[in-house]
Design a protein around this ligand. Sequence first.
Ligand code: SF4
Length: 398
Amino acid sequence: MTPIIIPIFLPHLGCRQHCLFCNQRATVKEVPSPQLVQELIETSLSHVPSQPGEREKQVAFYGGSFTAMDRETQVSYLKEARPFLSAGRIDSVRLSTRPDALNETTLPMLKEYGVKTVEVGAQSMVDEVLLLSRRGHRAKDTVSAVLRLKRRGVEVGVHLMIGLPGDTCDDFLRSLDQIIELRPDFVRIHPALVLKGAPLEVLWRSGKYSPLPLNQAVEWLKRGIPKLEKGGIRIARIGIQPTAELEAHFLAGPYHPAFHQLVDSAIFYDMAEHMLRNDPNGSQPVLVCYSKDLSSLRGQRNKNLLKLRERFGFQDIRIETNEGVRKGSLFLKTSSGIFCMDRQELAVEGPPLVTGHPRESLVNSEKFLSRLMAQDKFYQSSSSPDVNRGPEKACLQE
Ligand code: SF4
């Protein structure tokens, strides 16, 4: 269960230089002093539901490079959270920082002050991209930071960006592979935007930097997200949280308030497209998904359905929801039979796996599976070498 975050923003505190893409003042204007921290926590706690259930409450120091500040300043902020920890009013502390500011002497101090989670600003695992973005660290610093935090039992999040100067889709996918190998607890991915006041604004205005178009950003993530999911890495956020300050500073780049949903819709389009392509003789298609995936499957203003109808020449493609289908999986019923696949299959090299037998990992209940199997014959396309013929259980959900 995700924790309730009580954010304290410390814009640019601890920053050693100005990264090209960054203007933290676009999200928060004032830097709160340590003396204000307790008041901010009290105010946030007054808005937390009195019965938060099992959810953990975490004070989060965001917005700068926390561990790059001098030790005294770090302690002056951390100690303000202590009374809340001791009284059990919050459960732990999290902070964000640079990968090259996490040394062996810092970590025991963080643990002593209740820091449970550290979010590491990796941004890319390609040194050239880091250099062009004026990050001032290398990919190997991220490797050391994540491993060091994990060794100390600290929960680790990694921030990545797409579309930085010099970045390519292949670089991004390679960065993801390296991050997956490091096995952080979660990942956040932000698109690089041109913000008023960030150094990137100058490059953009002089025509030396072009941000990633929105459709390409979606394309990159459509390829990357299934990799993370297959690798079992939790995705804490895709895209940037829309705020009034951000919108006031936004100049150019792949910003969309429903960015995550655009990516999910593109993933569902690809799944439907692969399955329909695997069944060239089928007619009367019906796509079946979990209810919470319905809007992603349809796409904004039914865009996915319209595209699929045009692509395959169907008059109509019906959509059904069924709680028996596991979230992220998709079934296709046609005159030929039933096919299914999971979005993680898009992470494989080459054609993704489409099965003619409903796999148990893609459905929520045995009952749903047995009803399907009793009612329909299953079709295996002999022309598709990537079709798995085994009666797998991979499509079911208990
Ligand atoms: S990205 Fe992080 S390190 Fe770079 S300027 Fe912004 S807050 Fe500082």
